[in-house]
Design a protein around this ligand. Sequence first.
Ligand SMILES: Cc1cc2nc3c(=O)[nH]c(=O)nc-3n(C[C@H](O)[C@H](O)[C@H](O)COP(=O)(O)OP(=O)(O)OC[C@H]3O[C@@H](n4cnc5c(N)ncnc54)[C@H](O)[C@@H]3O)c2cc1C
Length: 378
Amino acid sequence: MEVPEHKEIRELARRFLSERGGALRAYEEEEAFPWPLVEEMAELGFLGVFVPEALGGAGLDFFAYLALLEEMGGWASLRSVLSVQQSLVLTPLLAYGTEAQKARYVPRLARGEVLGAFALTEPEAGSDAASLKTRARREGDFYVLEGQKTFISHANVAEVFLVFAKTDPEKGAKGITCFLVERGDGVKTSPLKGKLGLRAADTGMVFLDGVRVPKDRVLGKEGEGFRIALSTLDTGRISLAAGAVGLMQRALDLSLAYAGERKQFGKPIAQFQLVQEHLAAMKLDLEAARLLTYRAAWKKVKGEPYTLEASLAKLFASEAANRVAYRAIQVHGGYGFFEEYEVARLYRDARILTLYEGTSEVQKLIIGAHLTGVRAFA
Ligand SMILES: Cc1cc2nc3c(=O)[nH]c(=O)nc-3n(C[C@H](O)[C@H](O)[C@H](O)COP(=O)(O)OP(=O)(O)OC[C@H]3O[C@@H](n4cnc5c(N)ncnc54)[C@H](O)[C@@H]3O)c2cc1C
């Protein structure tokens, strides 16, 4: 299988990271959102890679987006901004938005003038997202939203929120509707600090306390919200897998460099076969994850069903990234245990990958359902 390289965007990302990647450390230490770096990424067109030029994007294809996520994967707090904006917000807007909705939101999001958020998870509705409690009641030409969302990426920095709420609770998942809500509508947010990884990425709670949104802000149709959420997460899972591949590549590059320099017993540790075993296992995980990721992407761009392939890629790549980050620290010895060495951050950043956009257990249940025809959850 040929993997499109998209050399130009890779080059742009490499240059940006070599000049500016080091600046991320201070934001990570402070748990602060790296606005200046995000603005620079926006200027480079990184926030609207596959959005048509007519709508303010770079007009490239989905593989260019994956190439960018791979390059940025080792800087997970920055990669996360790209994934949330494009996989979780722009993708459903482009797929389900009316012309008026696209005109209102897509250009500003694609140019990175504003950030978006995808607000599905609630304190009591995580893996079981369909059990969400946020309510949207119709009042004339408006809907009134009541509820709380948690763990929302970009909660405190976004201007536009895709909010999933129940318009018809009797219907369960089929009673969920997706709304385009603006901060100015009265959304309140609060930060969630103290994350193990992704420390410069914004995460927070979203409070909808009688927020009124006009009826033309429904994305898709009433009752179609859960379908929109699931199809969005299919794309999101491919992009997370690409980010995991990038994290593995960075961990391997750093480990190779270190193993070549560090001497013990009078020679570089790279010459010890047990160190080479670590490096070989890292390379194998990386390449296998990459192929699964691109196979899922091929299916998506060909318009074929790809839910199974997206879950396989996400499950394997996210678990593999944790194995690879573990080995990277092992190759670095005690030095890898210190934040001064980037592998320490990679180890922390890898951990989220098996949790969000469907835990590894949820991916296994999706795969199991495809294999057996029996769904473990409704
Ligand atoms: C940093 C961060 C950013 C996030 N960003 C977003 C965002 O932008 N938007 C958004 O909507 N959400 C976001 N999330 C939420 C994330 O998607 C959820 O945390 C995830 O879906 C898991 O839900 P939970 O944390 O409630 O865990 P739970 O669902 O409570 O799961 C706890 C454990 O039980 C297991 N489990 C649950 N059900 C089953 C089952 N049926 N069978 C087997 N095992 C099961 C899980 O796999 C897990 O191991 C984010 C989370 C984090 C940490």
